[in-house]
Design a protein around this ligand. Structure first.
Ligand code: SAM
Length: 193
């Protein structure tokens, strides 16, 4: 999915529900030292791990913010980002294995869009029940999602399909992992609340 976002050096990318920063090495490869990663997560423990990772790697271009993605105030978060040396609105945003844990994930999706610039590239990676021949693995997938607190039937990428243009699709693990990337249209920043 990160490839589909077509990040370029110097861009600012938002990782919503960033957890321990598992995506950060791949994102760093794309945006480089002159770019920036903004990680938002509601868990202080997860962010502490992400902060350790950034410190260990010597990344001084990572901004971490603790917030509930479903309830945050985008203007306040943008102000926090600029106070930390970043841009108010990111050039791209992604959320991986995270929206399906959020209740209601639709609000988190709206906030993700509001925290990005016009024409930003947006990406969602999340889980569903495996399809086709792999559907025999559905019980395992359901248990994995249940243990992680994810709603396997949330299908949050459908919001990206609705709200973005130039949508690209990928999937893996028998359809269990669904990937969407698209472009935020100029006039869609605050629609679909
Ligand atoms: C399964 S982890 C995925 C972490 C990371 N995106 C990755 O791919 O490795 C889900 C993350 O979403 C965060 N999360 C869950 N609900 C949230 C919410 N309402 N607001 C912000 N973060 C949330 C959790 O704290 C956790 O770090």
């Amino acid at each position: 999915m990160i490839e589909l976002l077509e990040l370029t050096a110097g861009e600012q990318v938002l990782d919503l529900g960033c957890g321990t920063g598992m995506n950060f090495p791949l994102l760093q490869d794309q945006v480089g030292p002159n770019g920036r990663i903004v990680g938002i997560d509601r868990s202080a423990d997860m962010l502490a791990q992400a902060r350790k990772k950034a410190t260990r790697q010597g990344w001084d271009n990572v901004i971490l913010i603790q917030a509930d993605a479903t309830a945050l105030d985008p203007a306040e978060i943008s102000a926090q980002i600029t106070r930390a040396g970043g841009q108010a609105l990111s050039d791209a945003a992604l959320t991986t294995y995270a929206l399906s844990l959020m209740q209601p994930w639709q609000d988190a999706w709206t906030h993700m869009r509001m925290l990005t610039a016009e024409q930003a590239r947006l990406g969602v990676l999340d889980m569903q029940r495996p399809t086709g021949a792999s559907s025999v693995l559905t019980p395992l997938a359901r248990i994995a999602c249940w243990m992680g607190g994810a709603d396997i039937d949330a299908h949050p990428w459908t919001a990206l399909e609705r709200d973005c243009t130039d949508v690209r699709t990928a999937s893996a693990r028998g359809g269990h992992l669904q990937v969407r990337a698209g472009v935020k249209p100029s006039d869609a920043a605050t629609s679909h609340n």
